[in-house]
Design a protein around this ligand. Structure first.
Ligand code: PEP
Length: 267
């Protein structure tokens, strides 16, 4: 089964609309000759429209960083699946550790008291993924263990638990759903997970997906690695058997760096 690698950039709370539009034009110029790889960018909500316009005529896909599960109503500050579809999104990140309130050591200012501010948990992640699928958006569901959970030897249990809860009741074809393994301790820290260990965890995740959604779906589904991916470490990550792409934060903000990461899938 050949799965087309997905190289996705999560810009988080970075870039104005004009900066985002300029960046994707630059990026497309650098990667347009590549084939056999899909690139996607996930700008902040305020830049989605401008970036969608700038992406016209390119093959770079657009994604959002979060979604609410209701179509419309009295939900101040939230964005619905209909709105994301309307603006041209193909993907939406669901359950990023920062939205689950699981910050690593990279941001010491996020005290335990403030950590719950975004409020995602296994139940909301499942609802968001469900709503995205129902509206023809492809969720990129993130799972990952904290440093404490890894040190306690609980990585596989934490990951399979998050995954089973996120996938509960979902009906999706394998190419409609993406899952990213993002160890919390590797996000924004410069401490990349050893590629062979990421490969081991991701292979284990595919077994969990098989149990939840069946063999055919699991074999079609792309499973990504995320956490301090750079142009330097991307080739070793993309060499692994089980890894079908990357979700990139910091290094996706720069067109040259992100283009180099995208080419690692093509190499
Ligand atoms: C992320 O936020 O999904 C991420 C992986 O960030 P970074 O690449 O900066 O570690």
């Amino acid at each position: 089964m050949t799965r087309i690698p997905l190289m996705a950039g999560n810009w988080k709370m970075n870039k104005t609309a004009a900066e985002g539009a300029a960046m994707v034009k630059d990026l497309w110029g650098r990667i347009q000759s590549l084939s056999g790889v899909e690139a996607a960018v996930c700008p902040p909500m305020t830049a989605l429209h401008a970036v969608a316009q700038a992406l016209q005529g390119s093959k770079i896909a657009l994604g959002a960083q979060d979604i609410f599960w209701k179509e419309k109503g009295a939900y101040t500050g939230l964005i619905s699946p209909l709105m994301l579809k309307d603006i041209g999104c193909k993907y939406v990140i669901v359950g990023h550790s920062e939205r689950r309130g699981r910050f690593g050591t990279a941001d010491a200012s996020m005290t335990p008291e403030l950590m719950t501010v975004f409020g995602d948990n296994d139940t909301t992640v499942n609802r968001k993924a469900q709503a995205a699928l129902e509206h023809g958006l492809r969720p990129i569901i993130c799972v990952g263990e904290t440093l404490e959970e890894r040190q306690a030897g609980n990585t596989d249990k934490v990951i399979s638990d998050q995954l089973q809860k996120a996938l509960q009741g979902l009906a999706a074809d394998g190419d409609e759903l993406v899952i990213a393994y993002e160890p919390v301790w590797a996000i924004g820290t410069g401490q990349v997970c050893d590629p062979t260990e990421a490969d081991r965890v991701i292979a284990m995740m595919r077994e969990v997906v098989k149990g939840c959604l069946g063999k055919e779906t699991a074999e079609k589904m792309r499973l990504l690695y995320g956490g301090s991916v750079t142009p330097e470490n991307a080739p070793a990550i993309m060499e692994q058997n089980a890894i079908d792409g990357v979700l990139v934060g910091g290094a996706s903000l720069d067109a040259e760096k992100f283009a180099s990461i995208v080419s690692a899938a093509n190499a």
